[in-house]
Design a protein. Structure first.
Length: 267
């Protein structure tokens, strides 16, 4: 674990995604592609070979029409801090130290120049949030202006993952230093691309430990939960839903168990 410099304020950045607001439009995926120079192929029909830093899944309650209900679940990297293990699962298995837990921000890094593609982290991640890059990116000439100058394109043979647009945090920190107050990074100063692009306002981002941030209030909502929370990975991404079947689907409850939000209460 990194030692936090005395002049640096510790933060714990995270997300709350309201599944009752998400329409499954995948705008967050498009924004992530654009912001982070995520490569894609001419033929994207083989989705197992696609690279997505955030992916939208479709869930149903399994009932026939007219009782069918649908839920769309955007899933970036969960940015686990792995309190039950001392570190995130992916960090513990990486022989190249290409991934690490950043204590000042709570973000799990991915240093592609160190990665040699052993894919141990893919096996260790219970959320399948890491993708292997099988091909060198090929950018058509007409798309040169599309590339973001703040994020380096990755070579083939490395693992890619969501970084909560960490370069945006660096930009916000540099701005705060230039203005003479390195601790003054406001909620609006650092926002991820997917958060800003979501047309339904389903994604909220900020410091999970700062009571002034909206994400702090939402994570303490009665209906907030985390994917496979019982594994003890302590994800930094929370979800909201007032539907019991969504809670059951996302945390793998047994048949005779009740999700915590609905225990001893009316569903």
């Amino acid at each position: 674990m990194q030692k936090i410099p005395s002049h640096t304020k510790a933060r714990h950045y995270g997300m709350v995604i309201d599944l009752d607001k998400c329409t499954g439009c995948a705008t967050c995926m498009v924004a992530c592609y654009s912001e982070n120079n995520v490569s894609f192929r001419d033929d994207e029909s083989v989705k197992l070979l696609s690279i997505n830093w955030i992916q939208v899944y479709k869930l149903t309650n399994g009932k026939p029409f007219p009782d069918t209900e649908v839920c769309y679940l955007p899933q970036p990297c969960m940015q686990c801090d792995g309190k039950d293990f001392g570190h995130p699962p992916c960090v513990s298995v990486c022989p190249a130290v290409a991934t690490d837990f950043d204590s000042p921000t709570g973000i799990v890094s991915q240093i592609t120049t160190r990665c040699f593609g052993c894919r141990y982290c893919m096996a260790a991640c219970p959320y399948h949030s890491r993708k292997f890059n099988w091909w060198d990116p090929v950018w058509p000439a007409d798309m040169q202006n599309y590339l973001s100058p703040d994020v380096s394109p990755r070579m083939r043979g490395v693992i890619e993952k969501c970084t909560f647009c960490y370069h945006r945090f660096q930009q916000a920190r540099q701005k705060a230093y230039a203005e003479g107050n390195p601790e003054d990074i406001g909620e609006d100063d650092y926002q991820t691309a997917c958060t800003q692009a979501c047309p339904s306002g389903a994604i909220t981002f900020g410091d999970l430990d700062d009571p002034a941030h909206e994400v702090y209030k939402l994570k303490n909502n009665r209906y907030a939960f985390r994917l496979l929370e019982r594994l003890g990975t302590n994800p930094s991404v929370y979800y909201l839903s007032t539907r019991k079947w969504v809670h059951r689907a996302c945390d793998n409850y047994l048949e005779n168990e009740e999700p915590a939000a609905f225990a001893n209460k009316q569903a």
